[in-house]
Design a protein around this ligand. Structure first.
Ligand SMILES: Cc1cc2nc3c(=O)[nH]c(=O)nc-3n(C[C@H](O)[C@H](O)[C@H](O)COP(=O)(O)O)c2cc1C
Length: 234
């Protein structure tokens, strides 16, 4: 009888441990999957498009000061935000309106007020963010970018990725060309938006593709094509 009691006490403990593990996994999973709504974009600015074009430069030094949540919302909107809701058209043009571009944000410690460290994916349809990693990936991303250490000073790194298959459905082999052109359009939108906000950005194409994909925790289908470090001017 004693043996039976002991065995059932052990199984009960195992059961409790299992429940605890399942609960912990559910809590950490939901923290990652949690959708973060972003404030609506501002459509007015004190900086004209012409002034932003004239002043834009690739910047490689930033002040150690955080960005505001609303500034980050504005940047992702300029990159891929929906600007015409009837057909879901976005801020940057897209071949066949197939929208193969994905925007990820790598937020460093103290980089953005109101955003925890980690990697976030911009959800254009809902103008929101999804946290896909709760880790600070900045150092790993810098290493993947051939140790361009200046990028590590930025409050935020925007990673522009492309999913070629979305465009290939319609355009076959020309998809690669089109996705690259679209990434260029998105990057310039980010540059000009950052300028209008009084912030600064750099641009990085020199990185190891596989290392960056791993460092930024991107899914296999989302190939990283550019990094844009963003911060306050020094
Ligand atoms: C596709 C592309 C890749 C680039 N890669 C890097 C890079 O890896 N590191 C860097 O410091 N600058 C990089 N740049 C920035 C260029 O060096 C910069 O645009 C050029 O010197 C002109 O300066 P400006 O952008 O200030 O006008 C890149 C620019 C482009 C368009």
């Amino acid at each position: 009888m004693g043996e039976v009691m002991k065995a059932s006490a052990i199984s009960f403990r195992c059961f409790l441990a299992l429940v605890l593990v399942v609960l912990l996994l559910a809590v950490s999973g939901s923290a990652l999957a949690q959708a973060i709504s972003l404030p609506r974009p501002r459509l007015q600015s004190k900086v004209s498009v012409e002034e932003a074009i004239q002043a834009r430069r690739s910047i490689r030094a930033f002040a150690r000061a955080p960005l505001q949540f609303s500034e980050v919302a504005q940047i992702v909107w300029a990159a891929q935000g929906i600007t015409e809701s009837a057909q879901g058209r976005r801020a940057a043009p897209s071949a066949g309106a197939l929208y193969p571009v994905e925007i990820y944000l790598a937020v460093t410690k103290g980089g953005v007020e109101g955003l925890e460290v980690g990697v976030y994916r911009y959800d254009a349809a809902n103008h929101g963010l999804q946290r896909v990693s709760a880790e600070n990936r900045t150092e790993r991303i810098v290493r993947a970018a051939r140790n361009q250490t200046w990028a590590g000073q930025a409050a935020l790194m925007v990673i522009i990725a492309g999913e070629y298959a979305r465009t290939a459905v319609k355009y076959g082999e020309r998809a690669q060309r089109y996705v690259h052109i679209e990434v260029g359009c998105v990057a310039e939108n980010i540059f000009l938006q950052v300028q209008a906000l009084g912030l600064r950005a750099g641009i990085i194409g020199a990185f190891d593709d596989a290392s960056l994909q791993e460092a930024a925790t991107l899914p296999a289908a989302h190939e990283p094509l550019l990094i844009m470090p963003v911060g306050r001017p020094r």
